[in-house]
Design a protein around this ligand. Sequence first.
Ligand code: ZN
Length: 376
Amino acid sequence: MEKPDVSSKPTGSIRRIFRSNWGRLTILIVAVAAVFAAYQAVTILFISDTVELANDNGEVNGVLVDGMKNGSFHNDDIFKGPSGKALHVGNYTAPPGEIIAFTKGRAPTVLSDSQSETVPFWTPATDTKKFRFEDEYVIGVHFWIITGPFEQQRKRALLAYSKTLYIWSKERQGIRLDGFHIEDRTTDQDADIILLRSRENPPTLQCEDVGVLVANGRYVPNTINIYYGAKVVADDRRKDDRPVIGPQYGAKCSDYTDLPGVFILMGDNTNRGLLAHELGHALGLYHIDSFSDTANPPQPYFNQKNVMHSASSKTRNSLTEGQTFRAVVQDGSALNKIYNARLDPLIKRRCNDEVGPDPTDPHGCPPVDTRIWVDH
Ligand SMILES: [Zn+2]
């Protein structure tokens, strides 16, 4: 059978067909557009993505969510909900996507499209994001009492240790200290240590002494070593660059030895909140006192309740989610650098130390002042 020769048709007939169907075509286009608009409206109104968190601890969960929603990029939207129930987060429609989850007794945990780019993180349809909290990390720290009286120093160290456990648990830090390991080295007679104790009256510990302490065996590798002396030269200097020295100060010493470990010095009149502050430095956190808004007069983003406030106060008690996230996730945190607790490079970050979102990276860290729960 001979096929009709379509190619021989004059082009004029196609134009005629198109012209005669113009009205119908217009109606069709309008109808399709209307259906699409209605679908979008329905999508925005009724479709809700869900976040399902496994391995929680029976406590309230909170998440920070990134994604495209209603045509714009949303960064760190906050949602909270009870354990065991999916969180409804509204309809995110496109990447970049990320969820950071927080709860008591577990580590802040990230699910990000930078971890797996095989499927879009968010779509216009209903998305269900399931992931598992990282377990709480348990780290050992070692207390060395260099200058006595031992019993007083032991009590001081124990109170500081307990206060740290309390703050980390309540603030969902996701890191726990294991047992209270302490050594009485107040009567040691090594020549170096005697020299160190007799140098001043009362004896003063400074970061330069870390080498001597380590060389004389007051050192547990790959651990945070905490030395209690009498007076301590703080790791900060005054504005006029004079050193800060006293029994109420502590110091986190960096780069005084090549050996793997973190070294913290504590004076014999330190308040119990100071150790959490120095451990915060060890976990890669910095002072937050200078951050304030642009109001007149400027309102600070943090008060002295924050653990990383530099004022030597007794009120240190809270951490923001921006801070607990950094302490776990940053590659410079002792958790990753000393304890090697989290080996997957995809789940580590290098965070800026800012209160605003990182403009260079949609998957930057949540700003330092990010709070899901208010300070208390
Ligand atoms: Zn400090």
